[in-house]
Design a protein around this ligand. Structure first.
Ligand SMILES: Nc1ncnc2c1ncn2[C@@H]1O[C@H](COP(=O)(O)OP(=O)(O)O)[C@@H](O)[C@H]1O
Ligand SMILES: [Mg+2]
Length: 300
């Protein structure tokens, strides 16, 4: 099978500093010793783009980085992952964002400097769509990018007019208001929340008008069409090292299935859940993302 859909991924680019060990801070100038610290590619959009490219889908990313060391780490990591970075934007005035992730096997706390992340505009995204062959656009973390998100309904209407299909992983809304989704969701093909986000979004907008593909941690995930038909798929049991970005790898698995021509919805969810599970084998979002070959091994 060849990938039918070149995919454009739009959203957040930041480095992640993932630390593991004695990570619960104690104030009073206490020095605690860690077991691991890894500076890696972060941002839901970039982790997702890396996962898609690794699964053999031609993928480009649209996001903003700064002209600094962390920005170079991001660009190099995306290039190494074979993601097309020609639409990556650089703002020389603002530092690249960073998240410090205090990670344990079953939970994590995240300290984030947004940096360049909020600077993305819908004009930049439209220009990237126009200069690409993309037939599918995935949006990640809109609540971190207020200017872009204000223009999202107009942008989505334009994409729809061109026959381009779309998916959205909102991630958590730091304001916990979930504003604007009532206008956005009717224009989206697939929403990809985790369970907590699904509950918050449902409370905010009521019935969700598009297909919803839900991440359910160790249990895998499920997909519900607007008519209520639901299919489920389990992930796989393995020794979890770090779940950072597992949801983004899940998104990548789902869209890779779509792009590779898988039409059975339960099989798409299975690709997603297995891709999510496999990504938890190493620290950071992209360190253990599956190749097409590895995914296929686990699917069989
Ligand atoms: N403990 C786990 N064991 C196996 N797979 C997991 C585990 N946690 C997450 N996953 C995989 O990663 C996917 C996304 O994880 P989840 O934590 O639900 O999303 P998010 O990272 O968005 O919060 C799950 O659907 C599953 O496929
Ligand atoms: Mg997520």
């Amino acid at each position: 099978m060849i990938a039918q859909y070149p995919v454009l991924v739009v959203g957040d680019a930041n480095v992640d500093l993932v630390v593991r060990g004695d990570v619960v801070p104690r104030f009073g100038q206490v020095e605690q010793l860690l077991e691991h610290a890894n500076l890696v590619l972060g941002g839901s959009a970039c982790i997702m783009a890396s996962g898609l490219a690794r699964l053999g889908v031609p993928t480009a990313v649209v996001a903003v980085i700064g002209d600094d060391e962390f920005g170079r780490v991001m660009r190099d990591a995306l290039v190494a992952a074979k993601v097309d970075v020609s639409a990556l934007q650089v703002d020389p005035q603002v530092p690249t964002g960073i998240s410090v992730i205090l990670s344990t096997a079953d939970d994590r706390a995240i300290l984030t400097l947004p940096g360049t992340v909020p600077l993305l505009t819908s004009e930049q995204v439209l220009a990237a769509v126009e200069s690409s062959q993309a037939r599918w656009v995935h949006f990640a973390s809109p609540f971190l990018m207020p200017e872009f998100t204000a223009g999202l309904p107009t942008l989505l209407a334009k994409l729809k007019g061109r026959g381009i299909r779309t998916s959205l992983d909102t991630n958590w809304d730091p304001a916990n208001e979930w504003a604007g989704l009532g206008e956005v969701l009717p224009l989206i093909d697939v929403l990809l929340p985790n369970r907590a986000e699904l509950d918050a979004i449902t409370a905010a907008v009521g019935e969700i008008p598009c297909r919803v593909v839900v991440k359910d941690g160790a249990a895998g995930g499920w997909s519900r069409s607007p008519d209520g038909t639901t299919v489920r798929a389990p992930g796989i049991h393995l020794d979890v090292v770090d779940t950072t970005g597992a949801g983004d790898s899940f998104d990548a698995g789902y869209l890779a299935a779509v792009a590779h021509g898988v039409t059975d919805e339960a099989t798409r969810v299975r690709w997603a859940a297995v891709a999510g599970s496999l990504s938890t084998r190493a620290s950071g979002g992209t360190g253990a993302q599956a190749t097409r070959e590895l995914l296929t091994e686990y699917l069989e």
